[in-house]
Design a binder for this molecule. Sequence first.
Ligand SMILES: [Mg+2]
Length: 421
Amino acid sequence: MESMEFGQITRRGFMLTSGGVLATLSAGAHAAEPTKERLILRNPPATGLGPRVPLGEKMSIKSIETFVAPGMCIVRVTTDTGAVGYGQTAPQLPKITALILHEQVARYFLGADAGDPDALALQAIEGEMKFPGSYICRAVGGIETALWDLHGKLHDKSVCEMLGGRPRPILAYGSSMRRDIKPRDEADRLKRFQDQYGFKSFKIRVGTPVGHDRDQWPGRSEELVRTVRGTLGDKTGIFVDGNSCYTPRRAIELGRVLEDNDVRHFEEPCPYWELEWTAEVERALKVPIAGGEQDTDLAQFRRMIKMRAVDIVQPDICYIGGIGRAYKVAMMAAEAGMPCTPHSSNLSLVTLFTVHLMGAIPNPGILEFTVESFPNTAQAAYSPVLEVRDGQTQIPGGPGWGVTINPEWMEKAEYRISTKA
Ligand SMILES: [Mg+2]
């Protein structure tokens, strides 16, 4: 896309207004380090600018199929011209999401012109205004991502290129999902992942999800942060995720420990719907605040950014309803000078979608790459899988998403089709 060629940051660094210090990005790094301060972009994009699909021949959507297996719902879209694309809903509770897709969402897409995935996604979400968020957006995202694959294949371009980016290596961080693990054991296994895959940063879990200030066991969070920092050394980036655990008072208290241990972002410190609480924490702490993975409403992202509740936005492509909507959030963040680090906490296709998006936005953070079940046998649905070497993964350059959905996996999956009547 012609107007999206603004990926370079004018000054390879950030102004720290409080201290007047210039922190420089490491040479060659494509990721924006989390910071409290604002990126300075050349040619910042207009608000609300979304991706546009180069229009080819007119074609309407003829069928939408789902293939469901535990932790996975692959979507196949076919047009009346025979064009085919594959996408995926958010992977959690895939049977329910597939049901919603066929019963409630497919009708907005079937028979429609396939040329503008983002417009179709919006039409479905607005049409189901009485059922906002979650399942509708998860189902919409399944179809929308299939349409991006379809257009990429028609144009013989990767989705990343369709969005104006280019396939290249991008930095990944190792993301732990565990709270049932002792600090010593967590630090040791992250060190092993670092030695094996070269991760230059990791995310660890503090508190408990929507935990009302409760820790997994008393003192675990502080001990974890200190132990991991001590084991991984000063050069490794450490991020921390609270999963909506804390009141502002406790988040700020823990945040001081994070600051003392050079933690680079504090994610979802407060219940995610409590934007004012989160903004209070953001104002009190020097550590950058990250959030937004649960949110599906673009207006909520606009508010979050405007009130500076967060310093880093984290839309999840599969939760929010597809590439176009996540892209718009990234553009809102770019205009406000914030990095966008999409949420991608599992090794279904969501991490693949995310690398394509991150290759195309001007303000990518570091890719979230889960370390759970890694290498991951659950990736049997597609190939080739993403790999991490020297802390980086490669954006696939083949057409569409650049992967093949495994036919044997599809044969075993639970199948359903909706067609244009
Ligand atoms: Mg999170």
